[in-house]
Design a protein around this ligand. Structure first.
Ligand code: PHE
Length: 341
């Protein structure tokens, strides 16, 4: 029996030394010390011993049990320390490793172009103003000298919001002229960018929603030369000092006289090419001297005051500025496109 106990001790010590996990330790505890364990099995045979032998063996058995328990504790502690060390090692933070880049967004080319134009007009003392996108047809048409029956008011051109055609999505930023003039006496110098809506099919140069930038100057003694000087200044600031502009007679109901302004094609310098569709010139904006009827309708005396107005397409401007060939790219918001600006 003594031999058996010695064997258990040796086997237990060896096994406990080698145990690699808390689960293994627990299994060994059950194997050696458990109710059905090896030590208990030996103790059960104590009954067959003589009276002298029994206490000696009992003591030895207790010693073996105590030693195994001690070794169990020690092994447990060693394992715990090892596990902690491994955990700490796996969780170390190397502050010298380069960080993960978070991609940062940036400004849309339309906003970049708009800011450039705004800067030009703020530099000339214009106020930047805003107006509603859902507008009264009174402001969008009637008070801009565009009466009922005018083709621009047709349902095929305009998105009406109400059955009675009194409310619509503005087709131009020009109603902002009216909103400013009816609340403000001259001198007026305002610049108003915004979205406008027309029933256009989407293609490379058209969209049912696009942006215009409206300009309006009203004061004593404002003439067509002021209009020309102002717009030439804008074109040169945006396209460089060598840009050439041309003023062409045109018609708008709310300006008289009216004109359209073209910039000479910067690809072919007037010879005609694909960019300008063989024209040599690229249309940029509509403009004119504010119609006396429009001034009077806003309570501004056309005998005392005169003014000029213009409306520029922002998409066109941005497309030219950044050499964008298709307007759809501007609205699709494909990051591969946007990232280039
Ligand atoms: N609103 C006109 C258009 O959309 C442009 C314009 C603005 C013309 C101001 C003259 C004066 O075509």
């Amino acid at each position: 029996m003594k031999q058996q106990l010695e064997q258990i001790r040796t086997a237990a010590m060896k096994a406990l030394e080698q145990a690699a996990s808390p689960e293994e330790l627990e299994a060994l505890r059950v194997q050696f010390l458990g109710k059905k364990g090896e030590l208990t099995a030996v103790l059960k045979m104590m009954g067959g011993l003589s009276a002298e032998e029994r206490p000696v063996m009992g003591q030895l058995a207790n010693t073996v049990r105590a030693e195994i328990e001690q070794k169990l504790d020690a092994s447990r502690n060693v394992l715990k320390a090892k596990l902690l060390e491994a955990k700490l090692r796996s969780e170390t933070l190397d502050v010298t490793v380069p960080g993960t880049r978070i991609p940062q967004g940036h400004r849309h080319p339309m906003n970049l172009a708009l800011d450039e134009v705004k800067d030009v007009f703020v530099g000339m003392g214009f106020d930047i103003v805003d107006g509603p996108e859902v507008e009264l047809s009174d402001y969008n048409f009637t008070r801009l000298n565009t009466p009922e029956g005018h083709p621009a008011r047709d349902h095929s051109d305009t998105f009406y919001v109400t059955e009675d055609d009194e409310v619509l999505l503005r087709t131009q930023t020009s109603p902002i002229q009216i909103r400013v003039m009816e609340t403000q006496q001259p001198p007026i110098r305002m610049f108003a960018p915004g979205r406008v809506y027309r029933k256009d099919e989407v293609d490379a140069t058209h969209s049912p929603m696009f942006h215009q930038m409206e300009g309006l100057v009203v004061d004593k003694g404002i003439t067509m030369t002021d209009l020309k000087g102002c717009l030439e200044q804008m074109v040169k600031a945006l396209y460089g000092p060598d840009a050439v502009v041309r003023f062409r007679p045109h018609h708008f109901p709310f300006t008289e006289p009216s004109c359209e302004v073209d910039v000479q094609c910067f690809e072919c310098h007037g010879a005609g090419c694909r960019t300008c569709k063989g024209e040599g010139w690229i249309e940029l904006l509509g403009a004119g001297m504010v119609h006396p009827k429009v001034l009077a309708g806003c309570g501004i005396d056309p005998e005392v005051y005169s003014g000029f107005a213009f409306g520029v397409g922002l998409e066109r401007m941005a497309m030219r500025r950044f050499a964008i060939s298709d307007m759809r790219l501007i609205f699709e918001n494909d990051v591969r496109f946007l990232e280039q600006f």
